[in-house]
Design a protein around this ligand. Sequence first.
Ligand SMILES: Nc1ncnc2c1ncn2[C@@H]1O[C@H](COP(=O)(O)OP(=O)(O)OP(=O)(O)O)[C@@H](O)[C@H]1O
Ligand SMILES: [Mg+2]
Length: 482
Amino acid sequence: MDAQVIRTADELMRSGYRPMTPQESLSGEIKGTLIALRKKGHSMDEAMALLFPNTVVGPETLSNLVSALIAGSHVLLFGPSGTGKTSLAKDIWQLFPKEVFVVTDCPVQDDPASVVDPVFHRRVKCCPSCQSRFGDGMEDFDPSKVDPKKVPVSRVHLKEGFGLARLQGSSEVFPDNLTGVYNLHKLQELGDPTSPLILEPGKLLQANRGLLLADEVGKLPLGTQNVLLQALQEGIVSPAKSRETFPGSFVAITTSNLRDLDAINEPLNDRLSNIYFNYIKDHMKNRSIIEISPGARVEGAHFPEVLLHAGVFVVEAWRDLAVDVPELSEVGSNRTILDTVSRSQAFAFLSGERSVSRKSFESGVREAMYGRIRARGGDSFLRNEEIVREFLGGNLPLAVERGFRTYWCTFFQRELSSSAARGEKLARAMASGTIPQGGDGDLLRSFILRMERHRGAASDEELIRSVTGLMNTMQDFGCKGG
Ligand SMILES: Nc1ncnc2c1ncn2[C@@H]1O[C@H](COP(=O)(O)OP(=O)(O)OP(=O)(O)O)[C@@H](O)[C@H]1O
Ligand SMILES: [Mg+2]
């Protein structure tokens, strides 16, 4: 039967409907997508990465995460700030199958099978409101006694508040926020305990049938963590001032920073598949964050590739230092990588540049990193700024050099077949400030035009001139193996 014309649970069940828990539904979607991508010729690693199009995930994390989701686990992503945990959680929501059948007017969007199918009811009970609405005063609700023709069904699209709930952990999130309340005042007013107006669903009931995204779970008070635990353990939620329990069936994607891990109570943590979401080591993957992050804005002037790489190299070098000062923990974040781009472009704009100069870039990186120092007081801020300044003094020129080398050596290997003689000849010729006409000079020009992804409004000539200018400030054109 056409899904559009299904009106009752009877029609739904006859159509061959197979009810699924949110875990099964997400798992099935992931497996189906992976199989389809593999058929298109992608490797399994590529296919897994394509599941999360807005987030760059390291290879190990990726397979742990995907296998946890396929296995139907709830997940705790833990790691430093700004690694892309929230971005990943949003990608998982994008992936989640959102077209579902629900009992019409049910306050928590019960699956019709929970009302009429004894087998599924045993796995996921329907809510008290549906029980009293369709149970005809039964002492103990029995789905086999419900007439499926009398259970109205709608097809809905899950959305925030209805199948998706987002929660930001803090000490002020009380159990009621998660459970919701059973409004006794409204009950007296309306006299109908089944009215959807009586129940104000909290976050866990809003997540029913879908996903709960809970950031910083370690910051939730213990009592609130216990409510979440009950939902994950038993799939039920008891709203405040109610003796009834409601279904809380969802996939939980939770996050925590490293400092709050200890504050997550053990039984709750035991229900979550722990996945370490650390910074990525691979430079090219970090570079790709600038391309795929929805938070990235490469706008305005031409941004030379050499400098884009350099900005990423600086942040990577900072991470390698592993400075253990809490106020500086954000300086190495992926947010800083994105800031190096937007700040440099802001400086380029202020200087009226059509192509981001090295000077604007250096100011941009400095401000991006200073801007991530957490201020705790004037003196300590100045001390921390000094640490970053000292770091940049040596590391910023090094990073630009590495950016240049990444660029030049790609050209050298791909286009000059790693011929040292050709590389030196071209570098000598360029010392005059321009790329020679013909031969390898032409190869370099077309390489530049292909490589520069963020061109702004610069013409081909402007692009080539600014990249050449940048290259000419470099001393060493040597590449490993040539
Ligand atoms: N791995 C990544 N891939 C793509 N974009 C990323 C990545 N990491 C960070 N970003 C971008 O950086 C910004 C911050 O990322 P996000 O909020 O996801 O980090 P987080 O790990 O949740 O941080 P926090 O621990 O502070 O909550 C966003 O604009 C996001 O798009
Ligand atoms: Mg976050």
